[in-house]
Design a protein around this ligand. Structure first.
Ligand SMILES: Nc1ncnc2c1ncn2[C@@H]1O[C@H](COP(=O)(O)OP(=O)(O)OP(=O)(O)O)[C@@H](O)[C@H]1O
Ligand SMILES: [Mg+2]
Length: 353
């Protein structure tokens, strides 16, 4: 039997933004102006730490504690200020050099394919939302499954030695597939399964509720990867017809922003999948567009469009603050996401487990 990689409990070396334990566990009552009544209200709403507070919008805080928006905004600002004071978050004004230094420290999770990693400058980034969109069967869910295995591997193998949360909205999470990918990558399948926390979202409100409880799960389990497969499916199914479009977009906007804040505050890599819809007004290029319109497009940090090309898949970086728009080939096989055999590959296949 081949030697299995040991996947130990990830929580010890998965502390976000350096080893800032103080920031991670600082409770809300440590903030000036938060008394026992406010603390109870916040805790009841699942907001336990200052980081939980900073990950919420003032509107969400106001809803949770039944206060006016001004009070909620004050609390939200205090939480951010505290995290800046503890050197966990950056100040409002910082030099580009400082930002560059911080970006160099950003960690990445390998997808399992060198080509796809190259497209992403090394893999899925922490503190960012990466969106994969494309038609049915193009491999979005396979990418999500692969990432759940890869994130648990050691840093040398492209992982973060940390756990994953899988928010499954389409009932397509398959533990058997995880076992298959883990075995193909020489990992212990039982340990890998233990390192994935699955949350099934039954409708859009449930999906939002799960998101509001994310902080606790991330903190308690040492999670560094959060998957939402798919981010838009429930909104698309529930809000039908033109009359409901603005409410749908508003709710989706709120959800996408909560993903962006969670990525930043909890130092996790967030991956959201999205479907495509026929777009008859497009005459050039591919006549498909991501659903969710501008809302999802403008909120994701990186957007990758996947399409089928025979047995292969083509991934294109569509929207990124710093990547060039280009395409790479990858395949779906027993390892989940993988590189094509050398012929037809955009870069030579190198060995990777
Ligand atoms: N064990 C496997 N080995 C190789 N390829 C597989 C395996 N399991 C699934 N696939 C491939 O993955 C494809 C399905 O991809 P996936 O479920 O990721 O699509 P998707 O983009 O999530 O689609 P949807 O929009 O319907 O959710 C299958 O058509 C098949 O080609
Ligand atoms: Mg899918």
């Amino acid at each position: 039997m081949s030697k299995k990689e040991v996947v130990s409990d990830a929580s010890d070396d998965a502390v976000p933004h350096g080893s800032n334990n103080i920031a991670m566990y600082l409770e809300v009552e440590e903030l000036e102006g938060i008394g026992p009544v406010m603390k109870t209200k916040l805790n009841t709403a699942g907001i336990v730490t200052v980081m939980d507070l900073a990950s919420k919008s003032p509107n969400e805080i106001a809803d949770a504690v039944g206060s006016d928006l001004q009070r909620a905004t004050e609390i939200s600002e205090k939480a951010r200020e505290k995290l800046v004071e503890l050197n966990y978050l950056g100040d409002n004004f910082v030099s580009a050099t400082e930002i560059y230094k911080r970006r160099m420290a950003i960690e990445r999770v390998s997808t399992g394919s060198r080509n796809l990693d190259d497209l992403l400058s090394g893999g899925i980034e922490s503190q960012a939302v990466t969106e994969f969109y494309g038609e049915f069967g193009c491999g979005k869910t396979q990418i999500c499954h692969s990432l759940c295995v890869k994130v648990q591997q050691s840093k040398e193998l492209g992982g973060l030695h940390a756990k994953a949360i899988y928010i499954d909205t389409e009932n397509t999470f398959r533990p058997e597939r995880i076992v298959g990918i883990a075995e193909a990558r020489n990992c212990d399948p039982d340990a890998i399964l233990d390192g994935i926390i699955v949350a099934k979202a039954y409708n859009s409100s449930h999906q939002e509720l799960i998101m509001s409880e994310l902080g606790k799960q991330v903190r308690e389990n040492g999670v560094r990867l959060v998957i939402v497969d798919s981010a838009v499916a429930h909104y698309r199914a529930e809000f039908l017809g033109r009359g409901t479009l603005s409410e749908r977009q508003q709710r989706l906007n709120k959800f996408m922003h909560s993903l962006v804040r969670a990525a930043e505050i909890y130092n996790v890599a967030v991956v959201a999948t999205n479907q495509v819809q026929a777009s008859p007004d497009t005459y050039f290029g591919d006549p498909t567009r991501a659903t969710g319109g501008h809302v999802v497009a403008h909120t994701s940090t990186y957007r990758i469009y996947i399409r089928k090309a025979g047995k292969n898949r083509i991934a294109r970086m569509v929207d990124s603050p710093y990547h060039a728009e280009r395409e790479v080939l990858f395949v779906l096989d027993e390892k989940g996401v993988d590189d094509p055999a050398e012929e037809g590959s955009s870069t030579p296949k190198r060995k990777q487990s």
